[in-house]
Ligand binder design. Structure first.
Ligand SMILES: N[C@@H](CCC(=O)N[C@@H](CS)C(=O)NCC(=O)O)C(=O)O
Length: 217
């Protein structure tokens, strides 16, 4: 199975963590934004990452790929069968992808991707607005919702934890670390999720990569 994408994308990171938790073998083919790679273009009609080629079956979108893989590889379940827990996991997946990643994306894209990868100025006002106005409310919500178990749903690790922790890594790249004095549960939870064996090697790899990118003039 081939996965197309870059490790610094929150959607790709979520999928890489999922594959690690499941023990599914894959080859990561690195592609960037707007990449003309024909295999990637065929698998991703909108040119967005991640995309997958599973022995000729082509699919794009992190959630679509994960739902496909969950049906093919049910064990260990990362999307619970229990109706209420399943609903909650999908809620958190949506929250991670469409709300949290949108906010962290404004900061990451405009401060790092645009200037460092695409060679054009980012919208720094949009990044500052996201950090000052959007992010605090999202972190407050997350802080209020993390259960004592340390997992977002059903007292065990699920796709919910992956989907919400992944965009926090992009905040880290922007220097916007979680303040443990203000959001102690979020700080401890995100550290635990991003340190899992399924994610830690990717996190280290992208940290090394980002250090080089940020050091380059
Ligand atoms: N909902 C999609 C979002 C994918 C997405 O927006 N990926 C970004 C990178 S973080 C991308 O490929 N952007 C390129 C573009 O919009 O042209 C998913 O979960 O996979």
């Amino acid at each position: 199975m081939i996965i197309y994408g870059s490790v610094v994308s929150p959607f790709v990171r979520k999928l890489l963590g999922y594959l690690g938790e499941k023990g599914i073998d894959f080859e990561l083919k690195g592609v960037g934004i707007g990449d003309p790679d024909p295999g990637f273009r065929a698998a991703s009609p909108l040119g967005k990452m991640p995309a997958m080629d599973d022995d000729g079956f082509l699919l794009a979108d992190s959630s679509a790929i994960i739902h496909y893989l969950e049906a093919r590889h049910p064990e260990p379940p990362l999307i619970p069968a229990d109706p209420q827990q399943r609903g909650r996991v999908i809620w958190w997946d949506e929250f991670g992808d469409t709300v949290f990643a949108a906010c962290s994306g404004k900061m990451f894209f405009n401060r790092i991707v645009s200037p460092k990868f695409l060679g054009r100025e980012g919208d720094l006002a949009a990044a500052a607005q996201a950090e000052a106005e959007e992010l605090p409310k999202l972190l407050d919500y997350l802080e209020s919702a993390i259960p004592a178990s340390g997992y977002l749903v059903g007292d065990r690790f699920t796709l919910a934890d992956l989907a919400v922790a992944s965009p926090l890594m992009n905040l880290r790249h922007c220097g916007a670390c979680i303040d443990a004095a203000k959001h102690p549960k979020t700080a401890a939870w995100s550290e635990a999720i991003l340190s899992r064996p399924s994610l830690a090697p990717w996190v280290e790899k992208e940290e090394r990569m980002m250090a080089k990118v940020l050091a380059a003039v």
